[in-house]
Design a protein around this ligand. Structure first.
Ligand code: C2E
Ligand code: MG
Ligand code: MG
Ligand code: MG
Length: 292
């Protein structure tokens, strides 16, 4: 009897927990609907070469054009998607949409490198490689070398062996890899040496105070040196002002992405933005000591 009572304790109905489970389920249903109703969209944020102002690529960033709540940023729905049965369908949708966009730009003679964020579970899932292979085969106008996959440093570290195997296989298809939010995990140098990634993306938290905080400046300088020593490219994200860009150039980082260059925008606006950016050449207003 005591045993039964003990067991029953776990079956007590908790209305609050039940309400949360129901709410989560309804929210996931609505995201599934959004996927079916084409309410998910990709915005694209330019990555530029600071010295020349050249566009080096764009990062695809998901949004939800919600019929009632307006344009929702990923923070308002991706946490629910991650770890749910929707993680793969959403991840595949993002890849397919980005590849279709890339193929279309390539056909217009505007071939552009596109970076796509891949969630940890999606990357490490056994079917990722074959999904990628199929999607690339469906978009032959998009050169695989123009696809860069952004993987969180923490995702790569979650299962190093598996990550290395998958990255190596995918690389044979011609795609590139970047380690996103670099500096927020704790990759030892040994790990970094083993990981077949082409680029380190310095996390925006280190860039924000680079002008005022000598510690952040030192960390950024360290990452730039590290990238050089490991023969990896390096790009800074969260470059909010041209002064940030000037500081980065002085430290030896030539690639940047951030509101100071452009905010993420619909695909249809990208080349109008680029024409304006190259006409105005705001980067030429960077202090002259960046020329050296
Ligand atoms: P992330 O990959 O590190 O992307 C950069 C985020 O920083 C984007 O936020 C971008 O809009 C924002 N950002 C860019 N420049 C600046 C700046 O100068 N200042 C500040 N404060 N922020 C800037 P967003 O679009 O809200 O995305 C947030 C995160 O959601 C992304 O971080 C990425 O981890 C995830 N995410 C976005 N799209 C996807 C996707 O399609 N799939 C997956 N798995 N994750 C995605
Ligand atoms: Mg990213
Ligand atoms: Mg990032
Ligand atoms: Mg981030």
């Amino acid at each position: 009897l005591a045993k039964e009572a003990g067991k029953n304790r776990y079956h007590l109905f908790d209305p609050e927990a039940d309400r949360q489970v129901q709410e989560h389920r309804r929210f996931l249903d609505s995201i599934q609907q959004a996927l079916e109703n084409n309410e998910l969209v990709l915005y694209y944020q330019p990555k530029v070469h600071l010295r020349s102002g050249q566009l080096v690529g764009v990062e695809a960033l998901i949004r939800w054009q919600h019929p009632e709540r307006g344009l929702l940023p990923p923070a308002q729905f991706l946490p629910a998607v991650d770890g749910s049965p929707l993680e793969q369908p959403v991840g595949v949708w993002v890849l397919r949409t980005a590849l279709a966009q890339g193929a279309s730009w390539a056909r217009e003679g505007r071939a552009t490198s596109i970076s796509v964020n891949i969630s940890a579970d999606h990357l490490l899932h056994g079917s990722f490689f074959s999904q990628l292979q199929t999607l690339l085969a469906e978009h032959t106008d998009m050169p695989p070398a123009l696809l860069e996959l952004e993987v969180l440093e923490t995702a790569a570290l979650a299962d190093m062996e598996q990550a290395i195997t998958i990255l190596l296989r995918c690389r044979e298809l011609g795609v590139h890899f970047a380690l996103d939010d670099f500096g927020t995990g704790y990759s030892s140098l040994t790990y970094l040496r083993q990981l077949p990634v082409d680029m380190l993306k310095i996390d925006q938290s280190f860039i924000r105070d680079i002008l005022s905080d000598p510690d952040d400046r030192g960390i950024v300088e360290g990452i730039i040196r590290l990238a050089g020593a490991c023969h990896r490219g390096v790009i800074a994200e969260g470059v909010e002002t041209l002064e940030h860009g000037a500081a980065l150039l002085q430290l030896g980082c030539e690639l940047a992405q951030g509101y100071g260059v452009a905010r993420p925008m619909p695909a249809s606006e990208l080349f109008d933005w680029l024409a304006r950016w190259q006409q105005e050449q705001p980067w030429t207003r960077l202090p002259p000591w960046t020329d050296g």
